[in-house]
Write a protein that binds this ligand. Structure first.
Ligand code: PEP
Ligand code: MN
Length: 357
């Protein structure tokens, strides 16, 4: 396997939170150097620098990246502060150029993870190369595509792979630029417990005032680190101006972050936690028994409807059920989204059970 001599030590993930920061895009040599040297001084926690050189933009005619000329700006700026550097690659040519320039870590962007052809092209270009690769989630909320991209990289022999959660596109109104759908990275962790997962609050939040809360939530959920955009002069940035922080603002954010939360899989040393968990387990069992009882009745209803020529799905009855659940949920402090999601799942299972009859 050819060594790229990546300066990024992947074992860091086993020892500490990994903080990655840098501008959304490399713009000029001066901007890259200034931002990186300010970052290195202000935020000693940072162990990897990022900058986009080829920028996948949703619409044409916005800044599409400065191109390969910036690879040496990035690498040299990193060398000056003794930090490894990362950039996004979206095809085999990018991979080749980035490897030639000695870039230490590659990442696959959300608009690429979504395409198995692109991911396979990148994977093929990396066959036999030993370099850390970070895989952002696909733009759509689909865990299988995210896992699929990671598997394609594993199949060509890459060992140092991490995931980056940057949120998902939505057509609904949202305070976020990309909705976090935290349950998806949580499920990724369940299915791939050894895979380091970073959070990218910049692309989730889309604006500065939400960054801290997203970053803190990622820490609360035991993510392995953060990737954050920082620019020496954010309002003048050529891309993602609203979500970038100055190195000093990033310093303040990182200092305020509570990153010291421990994992407690076994509650032996925490007797109260143990009691709470016992109670939760008891209630979970109870919920499952009730659901099972509900589904048995659904089966009976299914038989009855069939015998009497009644359609399985009754829109009015369903609308009533949801209205009642939302009302009761509200009175009991449960959010509308939660109740709706829960009842849609219950209803689907119930329809399936009725159909089986
Ligand atoms: C980026 O990190 O600058 C970027 C383009 O992110 P994403 O692929 O998450 O949109
Ligand atoms: Mn960006």
């Amino acid at each position: 396997m050819s060594k790229t001599a990546s300066q990024f030590d992947f074992n860091l993930f086993k020892q500490a939170k990994v903080f990655v920061a840098g501008p959304c895009s490399a713009e000029t040599e001066e901007q890259v150097h200034e931002t990186i040297s300010e970052l290195a001084t202000a935020c000693p926690q940072i162990s990897l620098i990022r900058a986009g050189i080829w920028k996948p933009r949703t619409r044409p005619n916005s800044f599409e990246g400065i191109g390969s000329i910036a690879l040496s700006w990035l690498k040299n700026a990193g060398k000056q502060v003794n930090l490894p550097v990362a950039t996004e690659v979206a095809n085999a040519n990018h991979v080749e150029k980035a490897l030639e320039a000695g870039i230490d870590v590659l990442w696959i962007g959300a608009r690429s993870t979504v395409s198995p052809f692109i991911v396979q092209e990148i994977a093929d270009a990396l066959r036999g190369v030993d370099i850390p690769v970070f895989v952002k989630n696909p733009v759509n909320p689909e865990l299988a595509l995210w896992l699929g991209a990671i598997e394609r990289l594993e199949q060509v022999g890459l060992k140092d792979i991490a995931a980056v959660h940057r949120g998902f596109s939505t057509y609904s109104k949202s305070i976020y630029r990309n909705v976090p759908n935290w349950e998806i990275p949580i499920e990724l962790r369940r299915q791939a417990p050894e895979l380091p997962i970073l959070c990218d609050p910049s692309h989730i939040a889309g604006k500065r005032d939400l960054l801290f809360d997203v970053a803190q939530q990622a820490m609360n959920l035991q993510f392995d680190g953060l990737m954050m955009e920082s620019h020496r002069n954010p309002s003048e940035a050529w891309s993602d101006a609203e979500q970038q922080l100055t190195p000093l603002a990033l310093k303040a954010l990182l200092l305020n972050l509570n990153t010291e939360q421990k994992a407690v899989a076994k509650s032996e040393d925490y007797s109260e936690l143990k009691e709470f968990r016992t109670e939760i387990d008891r209630l979970d069992n109870y919920i499952l028994e009730l659901l099972s009882e509900r589904m048995s009745i659904a089966k009976e209803i299914g038989k009855y409807k069939k015998l009497n020529g009644i359609a399985i799905h009754q829109a009015e009855r369903w609308a009533d059920t949801v209205r009642r659940a939302l009302e009761m949920g509200k009175n009991n402090g449960l959010s509308e989204n939660f109740i709706l999601d829960l009842f849609q799942k219950i209803h689907k299972e119930s329809l399936d059970k009725q159909t089986e009859e």
